[in-house]
Design a protein around this ligand. Structure first.
Ligand SMILES: *Cc1c(COP(=O)(O)O)cnc(C)c1O
Length: 409
């Protein structure tokens, strides 16, 4: 039996004393909704009319034929409102905020996807909303900042440190410490202090509960393997939850391999040799750090996977050997994105394409009676600049430059 708030030896809540009371309040509220079947029904009902749940499971017939191996299925989280699995989590937390009698939410965001999802939820529930974002990211992600503001959120550019995601997290924590009576901190992934890892994966388990029925109905059997990309770990824990109790299903988490695991330009905490156990940002897990415990810089073509920590729940499954971890390089990811567009007419987010690339690497060694599922965590419209650039589309670049000149004039 693990210590409360721990997953094996990972997790915990390493926070300033002042935050203990509000974390306790959150824990109690979450425990209550877990017991309450009417809460899950309300959650599911809201997502079914607001966000296309249950999302479909798509048989990728052309990709399956292309590799000549297993039948490949895609769980379509890209069809959620705001384009990814992130909405599952923020809608769940939004319902909890109401139960706790709070009226204000805050969040940190790097690429802006979690910020947009949180601003969307706040508009829907009528909460006031502040999003902390590094100044560098504000400049890089102008379209997302625009939409957050249009939905009524205040976007605060953070000017400390390197002015990126980790600095935004520190600023959000400062706000929370000051305003915890009125404010809920909407964490975007299955990381951070207890009860966040458990709570976020609980909301994302809606993906696993749908897909375990869908695959039996469509393929007539459990999958041989399930692949999901791993940033903080929420989409992976979501889909894996449907199969954790079925030991014959192999679960594969795919991290950001960046330029390659032999370099230091990646964000692979579990599959590479550069991750080690430490405590930071309120919890204990594998972090990318040097021998002195200094956090290393991460690199990935996909902003959503570019993070130094990983869910403590995944670190535990890694050590127990229940989930296998591997990584896909930027190059493999772009190739998998291109192939999926061409063969299936589906534009995958670069994050999700890590899982696709992992599956494509292994599919040729599998047989026709096997079945695999890839979690398509999000859609790739947001990645148009990166994809066009990588595929060498100069017409698109000229269009952007012409637009920029038009504005300047
Ligand atoms: C944010 C994001 C991720 C990474 O987050 P997890 O918590 O690891 O799921 C993956 N895919 C997409 C599309 C995202 O937006």
């Amino acid at each position: 039996m693990d210590k409360p708030g721990y997953y094996g030896t990972f997790g915990g809540a390493f926070v300033p004393e002042t935050l203990n009371a509000t974390l306790e309040q959150l824990k109690v509220a979450f425990e209550q909704v877990k017991e309450d079947t009417s809460f899950w029904a309300a959650y599911q009902g809201l997502l079914s009319t607001y966000s296309c749940r249950p999302t479909p499971l798509t048989y990728a017939e052309n990709l399956s034929r292309h590799f000549g191996g297993p039948r490949i299925y895609l769980k379509r989280e890209d069809l959620n409102h705001t384009g990814a699995h992130k909405l599952n989590n923020v809608i769940g937390q939004g319902l909890l905020v109401d139960r706790m009698g709070k009226k204000r939410v805050i969040a940190e965001t790097g690429a802006g996807q979690h910020g947009v999802a949180t601003a969307t939820m706040a508009a829907r529930f009528g909460y006031s909303c502040t999003i902390y974002m590094g100044e560098v990211d504000v400049a890089r992600q102008r379209p997302n900042v625009f939409w957050m503001e249009q939905m009524g959120a205040t976007v605060v550019p953070v000017r400390d440190g390197a002015r990126i995601l980790k600095d935004a997290i520190n600023e959000a924590l400062r706000d929370w410490t000051t305003n915890m009576d009125t404010t809920h901190y909407v964490l975007g992934t299955a990381c951070g202090p207890h009860p966040y890892p458990e709570m976020v994966s609980y909301f994302q388990s809606i993906v696993g509960s749908e897909v375990s029925d869908q695959i039996l109905e469509q393929a007539g059997r459990l999958p041989t393997r399930v692949y999901a990309c791993v940033g903080g770990g929420s989409n992976a824990l979501g889909i894996f939850s449907g199969f954790l109790e079925s030991p014959e299903v192999e679960l594969v988490g795919v991290e950001a391999g960046g330029v390659g695991l032999e370099t230091l330009k990646h964000a692979s905490r579990l599959a590479s040799a550069h991750g080690s156990v430490g405590v930071a940002q309120g919890y204990k897990t594998y972090f990318l750090q040097d021998d002195d415990g200094q956090m290393l810089e991460t690199h990935s073509v996909a902003a959503g996977l570019d993070y130094i920590g990983v869910s403590p729940i995944l670190s535990d499954y890694h050590e127990k050997g229940r989930i296998r971890f591997t990584a896909s390089t930027d190059k493999e990811v772009l190739e998998a994105t291109r192939l999926t567009m061409k063969k299936e007419g589906i534009i995958s987010a670069l994050e999700s394409a890590h899982a696709l690339a992992g599956a494509f690497r292994e599919a040729p060694d599998m047989t026709a009676d096997e079945v695999i599922i890839v979690n398509l965590s999000g859609r790739g419209d947001k990645d148009i600049f990166t994809i066009a650039d990588a595929l060498g589309d100069t017409a698109w670049k000229s269009f952007i430059i012409a637009k920029a000149e038009e504005y300047r004039a």
